[in-house]
Design a protein around this ligand. Structure first.
Ligand code: TXA
Ligand code: MG
Length: 344
């Protein structure tokens, strides 16, 4: 199959909508990462999304909506808290989990009795969903296990020949996937995946718990609230290590411990040996979120064997960066101030 790449514009809305209406797939831009879109109510279309990604069948998809009416077509019930969060954060990077109505296919929801819903903040994609008239199921548009795509070129690298259309909406604003929450009673939420809607932001509306799976390894076979937590994620081919320590000790580590084909993602204030390849990262969580996946992909493309990444902050958006980085690094962390969890 030939994969066509077109710029996001009103002139391609019809073409994209027709593909989705006929049960096909198109890659779409959102403010978080690119998604692989299909009609959420069409079981065959949803199956082809799982196939294109190589995604395990029990890992449910997020249903993307263009209006609050669509939420009521999916959710069996919507609590006053959920409605308040929708009013405050939609369109935007917040995914909420609801009990689903029986007509929402089990395949879309990984066999669960719930459905994850979000309204993305991208003008083209909102128009596309409206034109389709059905919710659009869209996992991140990467091959399962690889870093999520934050540009149309990343999608092309993974999906060329597998899908008919990629809509290029430029680089994604946030660069990490949406915050996923479930509800615990009337006034509490649990964060299953951190994102740009931070725990601090949600605390203005509800009690907030951060699930232990956000920062801890999940035991194989453990029961998890969100199936995505248990799968290998965001991993480039290179081995990723998190460097935890101050700028001086990180600089000394790079000088003494670097290997052949070493890549580094830093804050910008380190001393970096000439033979270490530097990729964009940044000193703020916002920059790090924007750059992390793209730089992991670039390090792979450059043939790097090892990627050292400085540990981000663990509050605010930093929690989302750290959550993705822990998985990319398979939790390998080196304390450059002394001590190490990993044997090199
Ligand atoms: O920002 C995003 O959320 C992007 C863009 C494209 O919207 N989408 C995305 O989808 O990241 P995906 O499929 O890569 O991640 C969805 C996550 C998975 O971890 C999945 O397990 C979880 O959401 N999820 C989906 N439905 C769920 C449900 N009913 N219950 C619990 N977790 C669910
Ligand atoms: Mg994903």
């Amino acid at each position: 199959m030939e994969t066509k790449l077109v710029k996001a514009a009103d002139s391609v809305l019809d073409e994209a909508a027709n593909i989705l209406k006929r049960g096909g797939i198109a890659a779409i831009p959102t403010e978080t990462v690119y998604g692989l879109a299909a009609n959420a109510y069409d079981v065959e279309a949803v199956r082809s999304v799982f196939r294109a990604k190589g995604r395990p069948q029990d890992n449910p998809l997020i249903l993307h909506i263009g209006s609050t009416e669509m939420l009521y077509d999916i959710a069996e019930s919507v609590s006053p808290l959920a409605l308040r969060l929708a009013e405050s954060f939609w369109p935007g990077p917040l995914t909420m989990i609801f009990p689903r109505k029986p007509h929402v296919p089990a395949e879309t929801c990984g066999g669960l009795g719930t459905a994850a819903v979000r309204m993305p903040n991208n003008a083209f994609t909102l128009k596309l969903i409206e034109r389709c008239g059905f919710p659009v199921a869209a996992p991140s548009a990467n091959t399962s296990g690889l870093p999520s795509p934050t540009s149309a070129a990343h999608v092309m690298a993974d999906m060329n020949g597998k899908i008919p259309l990629i809509i290029d909406g430029g680089e994604c604003r946030f660069g990490v996937e949406s915050t996923v929450i479930c509800f615990e009673g009337d006034d509490a939420v649990r964060i299953l995946r951190p994102g740009a809607v931070t725990p601090e932001m949600l605390r203005e509306y509800a009690h907030v718990a951060v699930d232990s799976g956000v920062l801890e390894k999940i035991d194989p076979g453990a029961r998890v609230l969100s199936p995505g937590m248990k799968y290998k994620h965001y991993s480039p081919n290179a081995e990723v290590y998190i460097l935890k320590g101050d700028t001086g000790s990180v600089s000394r580590f790079l000088k003494n411990e670097r290997m052949n084909k070493t890549a580094f993602l830093g804050f910008g204030d380190e001393d970096i040996p000439d033979d270490v390849t530097v990729f964009p990262y940044g000193s703020t969580a916002g920059e790090q979120a924007e750059n992390l996946f793209a730089s992991l992909r670039a390090a792979d493309a450059a043939g790097c064997a090892v990627v050292y990444v400085r540990m981000p902050e663990t509050s605010g958006l930093g929690l989302a960066v750290y959550n993705r980085l822990l998985r990319a690094a398979a939790f390998r962390t080196i304390d450059t101030d002394g001590g190490s969890d990993a044997v090199l």
